[in-house]
Ligand binder design. Structure first.
Ligand code: C2E
Ligand code: MG
Ligand code: MG
Ligand code: MG
Length: 281
C-alpha cells in the first residue's frame, strides 16, 4: 500500500518536472530560433531636455514579434535570455541595430542601449562595441550604455577596467533604474558614470506621496552635485513633468512625452519636431 502511494507520488512529481523542463527547453529553442530568424525589433523612446523640451536622444528597447503570441515586451523574454546566456547574442544584435539606426539621425542625437549584467562578464564587450561603432560609422560620443546597479553588484575584478576602457573611447555611461539597487552611492564615485536615470517607480509616486517626491529631489541633487546629468524615467503625467521641471531635473523620458516607437515612427517624430535644415547649423 505505502509503496504504491510513494510510487504514485513519485511518478506524478517526475512527470511534472519533465513537463517543466520540456517547456523550458522549448522556450529556449524558440528564443534561439527567434534570434537566428530576426524576429526582434528595436523600438526607440525619445528623451527630452528640460531646458526646451527638445529631443536629445532615444533609448533602444527590445520587442519580439513572436510568431504566435504577438508583440512581446522584454519582461516576457529578457529573464530567459539572461538565464540561458542568449542575452549575449541578443545584446550584440540590439547594440549593432541601434548604432546603425542612430548613424542616420541628426548628429547631435544620442542612442542609449541597455546592457545586461552578463554582457559585462562574458565575451569581449569592448571589441564588440568597437566593431559596432566602426561598422555603423556612429561616433562613440553618440552612444550611451545603460547599466543597472545590479550589474555592478555581480562585478568581477575587470568590470571597472572594462567600463574605464569604454569611457576612454568617448562613449557615455548611464546608471539605470537608480535608487532600486543596493550599492548606489559608492558605485557613483567608483565608476565613470555620466548620468543617472531615476527609476520610474519614484516618479510614479511623486505626485501623491511626499516621501517619493523627497527621494526624487534628493536623487536629482545628488546626481547634479556629482556633476552628472539626471534623467527621470516613467514621466506619465503633466503634474509629474511640472514637478520634475521645478526640481531642476535635466532630462526626461516617459509616456507623457512619447511611448517607445518603431524606428520609422521615431524618424517621423524627429522630422516633424526638428526640420532637417534646423538641425544642421
Ligand atoms: P529600462 O531600461 O529601465 O527601460 C524603461 C522601461 O520603462 C521601458 O520598458 C519603457 O517602455 C518603460 N517606460 C517608459 N516610459 C514609461 C512611462 O511613462 N510609464 C511606464 N509605466 N513605463 C515607461 P520596456 O521596454 O518594457 O523594457 C523593460 C526593461 O527591459 C528595460 O527597463 C530594460 O531593463 C530591459 N530591456 C529592454 N530592452 C533591452 C535590451 O535591449 N537589452 C537588455 N539587456 N535589457 C533590455
Ligand atoms: Mg534603460
Ligand atoms: Mg530604467
Ligand atoms: Mg528597468
Amino acid at each position: 500500500q505505502a509503496k504504491a502511494n510513494g510510487r504514485g507520488t513519485w511518478c506524478f512529481y517526475g512527470s511534472e518536472m519533465d513537463k517543466r523542463l520540456h517547456e523550458r527547453r522549448n522556450r529556449e529553442d524558440e528564443l534561439r530560433q527567434a534570434i537566428a530568424e530576426g524576429q526582434f525589433e528595436a523600438y526607440y523612446q525619445p528623451r527630452y531636455l528640460s531646458k526646451d523640451m527638445s529631443i536629445n536622444g532615444a533609448e533602444a528597447l527590445l520587442r519580439w514579434h513572436h510568431p504566435s503570441r504577438g508583440l512581446l515586451l522584454p519582461e516576457h523574454f529578457i529573464p530567459l535570455a539572461e538565464e540561458t546566456g542568449l542575452i549575449v547574442q541578443l545584446g550584440e544584435w540590439v547594440l549593432r541595430e541601434a548604432c546603425f539606426e542612430a548613424a542616420s539621425w541628426a548628429d547631435d542625437l544620442v542612442v542609449s542601449v541597455n546592457l545586461s549584467p552578463l554582457q559585462l562578464r562574458v565575451g569581449d564587450l569592448y571589441q564588440m562595441i568597437v566593431s559596432a561603432l566602426g561598422d555603423s560609422g556612429l561616433p562613440a560620443n553618440r552612444l550611451e550604455l545603460e547599466i543597472t546597479e545590479t550589474a555592478l553588484l555581480q562585478e568581477n575584478e575587470s568590470t571597472l577596467g572594462v567600463l574605464n576602457r569604454l569611457k576612454s573611447l568617448g562613449l557615455r555611461l548611464a546608471m539605470d533604474d537608480f535608487g532600486t539597487g543596493y550599492s548606489s552611492l559608492s558605485n557613483l564615485r567608483k565608476y565613470p558614470f555620466d548620468m543617472i536615470k531615476i527609476d520610474g517607480s519614484f516618479v510614479t509616486g511623486m505626485s501623491h506621496s511626499n516621501e517619493s517626491h523627497s527621494i526624487v529631489k534628493a536623487l536629482i541633487d545628488l546626481g547634479h552635485g556629482l556633476r552628472m546629468r539626471v534623467t527621470a524615467e516613467g514621466v506619465e503625467t503633466l503634474e509629474q513633468l511640472n514637478l520634475l521641471l521645478a526640481d531642476g531635473c535635466s532630462e526626461l523620458q516617459g509616456f507623457h512625452m512619447s511611448h517607445p516607437l518603431p524606428a520609422t515612427e521615431l524618424n517621423a517624430l524627429l522630422n516633424s519636431t526638428r526640420p532637417r535644415d534646423e538641425t544642421k547649423q
